[in-house]
Ligand binder design. Structure first.
Ligand code: 0X9
Ligand code: ZN
Length: 307
């Protein structure tokens, strides 16, 4: 019965949204026809709903791994759509009024620059290590929850080097400090990687560990993957990092969930499934943005209704 109620409420809301947009279209056409001062754009702007005084935050970033270029591109697309859709789509307007979106296109900036200038396949950051000719810590093995508990390396020359200590790498340190400062106000965290087409949930460090909010987190992920598929037919699998790809400790979403208290913590592997891998062709940048934006909208709307 509860599920039925939720479905009915969702449908009512969707219909209301559509009516609102129709009315709004009609209003702008009307004004365009009859307003002698046709240039007045105020007709075209939707009034903000009630912006929240103390909004919960949604943290989204790409570029933790340098060579995974579709992450920063997709995250930038999401930022663009939120900005341009505000005041144009009732759904986007409502979400932007409700939540604070914190968007970092490139978390690992020096690593990313290095892939443009020197080595396209660089993964880690560029921080010095104990070995002068092997710089770089893998930021996504350096987060402080169950750090160095398997699936990472203590060798500075390795791609999966977990660093000399938890949070020795600047990027996870900065991001985790930010989340702690928010004092449990971050409701969702999405860390975009590539490639494999996976929408992943905690945990990565331990395959037998199940988050206490697993049902809700998985439901959000399944909804996101479905919304994503509805755009271009791209299929994403949903499951915990450890069970769906491999065991990896010191990863972001384990920490954001367990220590950062971010209930909806995800790591996403974007396109493709390996044909081009990290070297995803340019003509897939926009489709990836479009489908992933649909997934993020769905997920944030799901959280808005649930929480
Ligand atoms: O190995 C990784 O860090 C990620 N795969 S990638 O090919 N993009 O390098 C998987 C990350 C899983 N997420 C966490 N362990 N937090
Ligand atoms: Zn990655």
């Amino acid at each position: 019965l509860d599920e039925l109620k939720e479905t009915i409420e969702d449908t009512v809301e969707e219909v209301q949204d559509e009516i609102e947009e129709l009315v709004w279209d009609a209003r702008s056409w009307w004004s365009w026809l009859f307003d002698p001062f046709k240039g007045d754009a105020s007709y075209m702007k939707k009034k903000p709903s009630r912006p929240k005084k103390h909004p919960k935050s949604i943290v989204i970033h790409g570029g933790q791994h340098a060579r995974e270029w579709i992450g920063p591109a997709t995250v930038s697309y999401i930022a663009k759509e939120l900005i341009l859709g505000y005041g144009k789509s009732s759904k986007i307007t409502r979400l932007v009024d409700q939540f604070e979106f914190v968007i970092v296109p490139v978390l690992n900036a020096d690593g990313y620059a290095y892939t443009w200038e020197h080595n396209r396949m660089w993964r880690k950051n560029r921080q010095p290590t104990s070995i002068p000719f092997c710089p770089g810590i893998d930021p996504n093995r350096n987060w402080g929850y169950m750090w160095n508990q398997g699936g990472s390396s203590s060798n500075p020359c390795s791609e999966g080097y977990h660093g000399p200590a938890a949070f020795a790498a600047k990027e996870p340190k900065m991001m985790s400090d930010f989340i702690l400062k928010k004092n449990q106000d971050v409701v969702a965290y999405i860390d975009f990687h590539s490639y494999s087409q996976l929408w992943m949930t905690p945990f990565g460090a331990d395959c037998s560990k199940v988050p206490k909010d697993d049902e809700d987190i998985i439901e959000g992920g399944l909804g996101a993957a479905k919304a994503l598929r509805d755009v271009h037919g791209t299929k994403f699998a949903v499951g915990s990092v450890c069970n769906i790809i491999y065991q990896a400790s010191g990863g972001s979403l384990d920490w954001t969930y367990a220590e950062g208290k971010v209930k909806y913590s995800y790591a996403v592997e974007l396109r493709d499934t390996g044909r081009h891998g990290f070297l995803l062709p340019e003509d897939q940048i926009l489709p990836s943005g479009e489908e992933t934006f649909a997934a993020v909208l769905h997920l944030t709307n799901f959280i808005r209704k649930r929480e």
